[in-house]
Write a protein of this length. Structure first.
Length: 255
């Protein structure tokens, strides 16, 4: 079973694999982020064939979602020959639930100046398997294979993958598939147990240096809580070839 089934050009059904983690009768937002990324790429490919690549994925989480049907729409906000801003939104019952704004940029050969100070993490096989279901309930967390090296509460390196297809019967890119795992970062190295403190994120923004490759997503993650109910989860993103970008999540911290 996949995370989603397509019912029409703009309509999708979430499956039980999307459930959790704050409530098992609601969707974990992570797979929806992957679905929106796929819809942006599919919309791009239907309009043009010049290979614009995803540079930024900025998601706003506007509300919770039951495990049910969803409607989607995609539009170009800022058209251009070499730069585009594209917006995709999913809604339920006429209420917008998650919105993505994605920058698409023209690629070029910059190998001669390539470089980063982002540090690589050890490969998946060097980290121990970790049962995230011991902390988080729901179908999505149960569907993820996790390897983790915990340094302290709120600080860990993690590798995650899933064998569950994002969308039934429809090929998706590695970018969209791994975008469907990004939101897991906030729960992989908790500062406080979620039964004691709630800390859901209201957004997620990822900036990419290149398209990811392969099945594993690596997360070098830090979780911080401030003194006035705010928090931030930051991650350096990796695939098995090395660092590929960063992500940030804004948290509402509620003891």
């Amino acid at each position: 079973m996949s995370y989603f089934e397509r019912l029409g050009e703009r309509t999708f059904r979430a499956t039980e694999h999307t459930g959790g983690a704050w409530r098992v009768d609601e969707q974990h937002v992570a797979p929806t982020l992957g679905l929106l990324t796929h819809l942006v790429e599919r919309h791009r490919d239907a309009r043009r064939d010049d290979g614009l690549v995803v540079s930024r994925l900025s998601f706003d989480i506007l509300g919770t979602m039951p495990i049910a049907e969803m409607d989607a729409r995609v539009e170009v906000v800022r058209p251009g020959r070499t730069i585009e801003l594209v917006e995709a939104t999913v809604s339920q019952g006429g209420r917008d639930a998650v919105r993505l704004r994605a920058w698409l940029l023209q690629p070029g050969d910059t190998a001669a100046v390539e470089g980063t100070a982002l540090e690589p993490i050890d490969p998946p096989e060097a980290l121990e398997p970790w049962d995230a279901s011991a902390v988080w309930p729901g179908g999505f967390i149960a569907s993820a294979q996790v390897r983790r090296r915990q340094h302290e509460p709120g600080r860990a390196q993690v590798w995650v993958r899933t064998d569950v297809p994002l969308l039934a019967g429809e090929p998706v890119s590695d970018t969209a598939r791994l975008a469907g795992l990004l939101d897991i970062a906030n729960g992989m190295t908790v500062r406080r147990a979620p039964r004691e403190v709630a800390f859901p994120n209201v957004d997620l923004t990822a900036h990419l240096l290149r398209a990811p490759r392969g099945a594993w997503l690596g997360l070098d993650t830090r979780v911080s809580f401030g003194p006035v109910g705010l928090g931030v989860t930051t991650s350096v993103l990796h695939d098995e070839a090395g660092p590929l970008g960063t992500s940030t999540q804004s948290l509402t911290v509620r003891p």
